[in-house]
Design a protein around this ligand. Structure first.
Ligand code: FMN
Length: 207
């Protein structure tokens, strides 16, 4: 099933069937799509937590306006934005160069540009906002991949990020910014008719 043909089917699921679990293979494809999402300057300054522990999901639900899609999900994906951008950059360039000093040297121009970006973000205290934007792109890829696999989901930002961080034991350098519970819609679900603004309201061609 292609993503484009799934757009009418996709909706923000409010309750999942607790008897159905997403397979490891399908979960792997969703996570792979998120991993391969683009990020500004290539820096993937976020971390994805996959929560299956029921007690933890219930605790997260309690600090998320008690939204039932969390506790009933098969897997709860929590996207945390990183604020330790220097460390994230270091990890990126170490991995990209394979730890080879000569290759790293060849990347000096690129690394200088990333350093400049990080310096500007830190000076304007906007590192978290920047990292969160990158996490949301991964969120979109996860939503799309799940839909293609006919797995239901609900993008969510209605939660207390600080409390979720405490429940999951996130390091101080990470802030939970958005979540994606996934699973299979409960039989009781009656999705609202999809409403979106027409393209004429959203799109202006500039020739
Ligand atoms: C970033 C983001 C955050 C959202 N947060 C929540 C949320 O906390 N709870 C919820 O039920 N839906 C949440 N939604 C789903 C939207 O409310 C939903 O997509 C919108 O109402 C349209 O409904 P539909 O997608 O089912 O057509 C969120 C969607 C996005 C993209």
């Amino acid at each position: 099933m292609s993503f484009l043909s799934q757009l009418g089917w996709l909706y923000a699921t409010k309750a999942f069937d607790t008897t159905q679990k997403v397979s490891d293979a399908d979960l792997g494809q969703i996570l792979e799509a998120m991993r391969l999402a683009p990020a500004s300057v290539g820096l993937q300054a976020y971390h994805i937590y996959v929560v299956t522990n029921q007690e933890l999901k219930d605790k997260v639900q309690a600090v998320s306006w008690n939204q039932a899609q969390i506790g009933s999900s098969s897997h709860l994906l929590v996207l945390a934005a990183r604020t330790d951008l220097i460390d994230a950059k270091e990890e990126h360039f170490t991995a990209l160069s394979g730890g080879d000093a000569a290759i790293r040297e060849q990347l000096a121009g690129y690394e200088g540009m990333v350093n400049g970006l990080i310096g500007g973000l830190e000076a304007s205290n906007s590192g978290l906002a920047w990292s969160a934007k990158q996490a949301y792109i991964a969120l979109g890829f996860g939503l799309a991949a799940a839909a293609e696999l006919q797995i239901d989901s609900c993008a969510m930002e209605g939660f207390d990020g600080g409390a979720v961080g405490e429940i999951l034991g996130l390091p101080a350098s990470q802030t939970a910014v958005v979540m994606l519970p996934i699973g299979y819609r409960a039989a009781t679900e009656t999705p609202r008719p999809k409403f979106r603004l027409p393209q004429s309201s959203l799109v202006t061609e500039v020739r």
